[in-house]
Design a protein around this ligand. Sequence first.
Ligand SMILES: NC(=O)c1ccc[n+]([C@@H]2O[C@H](COP(=O)([O-])OP(=O)(O)OC[C@H]3O[C@@H](n4cnc5c(N)ncnc54)[C@H](OP(=O)(O)O)[C@@H]3O)[C@@H](O)[C@H]2O)c1
Length: 283
Amino acid sequence: MNILITGCNGQLGNEMRVLSASHPKHTYFFTDIPELDITDSKAVKSFVTTNAIDLIVNCAAYTNVDKAEEDEATALKINANALSVLGSQGVRVLHVSTDYVFSGDEHLPCRETDPVAPRTVYGTTKLRGEKMLLAECPDAVILRTAWLYSSFGNNFVKTMIRLGKEKKELGVVFDQIGTPTYAADLAWAIFTVIESKVWRPGIYHFTNEGVCSWYDFTLAIHELAGIDQCHVHPILSEEYAYKTPRPHYSVLDKTKFKKTFDVSIPHWLDGLRRCMKQLTVSD
Ligand SMILES: NC(=O)c1ccc[n+]([C@@H]2O[C@H](COP(=O)([O-])OP(=O)(O)OC[C@H]3O[C@@H](n4cnc5c(N)ncnc54)[C@H](OP(=O)(O)O)[C@@H]3O)[C@@H](O)[C@H]2O)c1
């Protein structure tokens, strides 16, 4: 297959590039804004036609949750309208969405069929993108994920390592529960879908296994990074000056993905250990 990967300079896009080396039978076209802006419908059409693309894996997105509140128009363009463009090319599309389509008020892991109720501009635009994609391309695959981190790009893991080295004390919220997800494992999930004998359209949830709070996650990061001079203490969300509301419970139920593709998923701590090894290598 000729596979177009958009947003390749992001966390997931970079992990897709790394993993693509283990799947050499395909030809990959890695693009980010300079090579292909997904909001430019003419450019997308021309790229797909010229390169005889069979599958688009969309890793591009407007992911800054706080900035999206002030710049709804741009978030809408990239997270929603562009999905109509990608979906109307007459080729398969694998898209990535988010736990932010849910309210985060539940106390049980969310299934794909559960009611959506985004509380942020980011979540609202991502949900609209899902709908716009499925309207144009009903056999698309959408993987909803959460709490992504990687050795590439800026993310929570890198921030906590930096703060742990700089500060003697750190308050981290313990009333937001979710599942940290190593972007390399999400890339593996994407290849699991691509390499499956049969294309199985639909929405799936994919994160690593297990749950924790940001506080627990930070303790694990510091332990693995050998940071012991910083005291981390749990705080409530209301004690942290969030600009945008954050879901209190955003655990995704991955049963459908595991059953459909007959796989088991690594625990988040296992993913974190592998990511930390990569960080050490690249440091
Ligand atoms: N990060 C998370 O915690 C998280 C959680 C749940 C779901 N997700 C979803 O997972 C997917 C991957 O996230 P990620 O963390 O890898 O995102 P990321 O690191 O922010 O990467 C997104 C990439 O897309 C690029 N991009 C933005 N607008 C574009 C456009 N118009 N055309 C082409 N490329 C464009 C970005 O460039 P610039 O950086 O220059 O804008 C960036 O390189 C996204 O769909 C995201 O919504 C992420």
